[in-house]
Design a protein around this ligand. Structure first.
Ligand code: EZ4
Ligand code: CO
Length: 398
């Protein structure tokens, strides 16, 4: 079997997605997600100019060998652009291998370790009443766990709250930030949520890398009475040593890793058990092959999976995540923000979301298709993630 072509499809059915379609001489095709929010064209160029020419003529069954040759052959190691491109190849080749086997991908990864995949959804509001409405909406959709984000009094726009969650401009939106106000307000918000919704609802919060280790330590302590499932990205965690300080001061569980792209980013965090959940996406970590290795490393330290699943992971990347979630033993939870109806039309899929739980379905491969005609009717639109500035204009150190 040989790869005869690979094409990059860029589409924007509501937001931008980069998809690699690998074609073989036997007619079997595979899909992989390479979406890097706000930097999509960099990955398109990397794939088209540097990866596709190397793939044509190779055996699609040699997934590990292809992965190693792309990773080591680049000489320039790691980084989100490279790893998103390699991820798309890895996932497309797993799709092909599973289709040839006539099995859903999870069967090739060891088979199901559970019946279904628990998710959490996103609730947010500029103030507490709006937040409560949002939590009620997620509960009505069946979500068994909910990430809670709110506005901070005095701040006009906040990332992850309401409409600001999606990039919406050809230049970055500027948001304002005040760490002291955030640290004062968040425990009060969780107090109100616990009073309204009771002790059993599974609650999470994402700090989006905004704190220093000592600030994160204090927030973790202040949130302990509210029994969070986790506090996410409390610091810019490329300073792995800083997590020792956070860990010494709080028993609030910690989740980190959505911006990480190789196991090297986790050496201290996992090796010293400084976190409880690893958050990397299939799409940004080089694919299913390396992410499975990370989960095996994490399992030795009682750390569980929590694959990143925001709106900017395409349904192709979600499908790959759900197969892994079903197969690995140390599964924790799956983030599931969902997609627009048009996105579901562009990417018809076998996976299902029922009563807050996902299942990859039983179709051979990833169980996902790409409607290229519909995709081409919705071309790329430049969009950026926001930046944060303090009151004096300084870019916030997140
Ligand atoms: O900011 O996916 O946990 N989810 C998140 C996301 C990320 C975006 C970045 O592209 O933090 O909302
Ligand atoms: Co996050």
């Amino acid at each position: 079997m040989k790869i005869v072509d690979a094409r990059v499809v860029l589409t924007s059915p509501g937001r931008n997605f980069v998809t690699l379609k690998v074609e073989t001489d036997e007619g079997v095709t595979g899909l992989g997600d390479a979406t890097l929010n706000g930097r999509e064209l960099a990955v398109v160029g990397y794939l088209r100019d540097h990866v596709v020419p190397l793939l044509v003529g190779t055996d699609p069954h040699r997934i590990e060998d292809t992965w190693q040759s792309l990773y080591r052959g680049a000489y320039w190691r790691r980084g989100p652009v490279t790893m998103a491109a390699i991820a798309a190849v890895d996932v497309a080749l797993w799709d092909i291998k599973a289709k040839v086997a006539g099995l859903p991908l999870y069967q090739l990864l060891g088979g199901a370790s559970r019946e279904r995949v628990r998710t959490y959804g996103h609730a947010s509001g500029r103030d507490v009443p709006e937040l409560f409405d949002s939590i009620r909406a997620r509960l009505a959709e069946g979500y068994p766990a909910i990430r809670v984000q709110t506005g901070v009094p005095g701040l006009k726009r906040m990332y992850g709250v309401g409409h600001d969650a999606a990039p919406d401009a050809a230049r970055p939106v500027v948001e304002d930030w005040d760490t002291a106000a955030y640290l004062r307000s968040l425990p009060r918000v969780f107090d109100a949520v616990r009073q309204e919704f009771g002790p059993e609802l599974v609650l999470l919060h994402d700090a989006h890398h905004r704190l220093t280790p000592i600030q994160a330590a204090r927030l973790g302590k202040d949130l302990e009475p509210y029994d969070l499932f986790w506090l996410e990205d409390c610091t810019p965690a490329e300073n792995q040593d800083g997590l020792r300080l956070v860990r010494r001061h709080t028993t609030t569980p910690l989740a980190i890793g959505e911006v990480f792209n190789t196991v090297f980013d986790y050496q201290t965090l996992v090796g010293e058990q400084l976190i409880d959940y690893v958050r990397s996406a299939v799409t940004h970590f080089g694919g299913v092959s390396p992410l499975r290795k990370l989960f095996d490393f994490a399992a030795q330290h009682q750390i569980k999976s929590a694959i990143h699943g925001p709106e900017d992971i395409s349904p192709v990347g979600m499908a790959a995540a759900i197969h892994l979630d079903l197969a690995i033993h140390n599964f924790g939870i799956q983030e599931y923000a969902g997609h627009t109806p048009l996105t579901h039309e562009v990417f018809p899929h076998a996976y299902t979301f029922t009563d807050g739980y996902l299942h990859p379905g039983e179709a051979p491969g990833l169980g996902i298709e790409l409607d290229e005609e519909l995709a081409s009717a919705h071309p790329y639109e430049p969009a950026y993630l926001p930046i944060n500035r303090l009151q004096d204009g300084t870019i916030h150190d997140w």
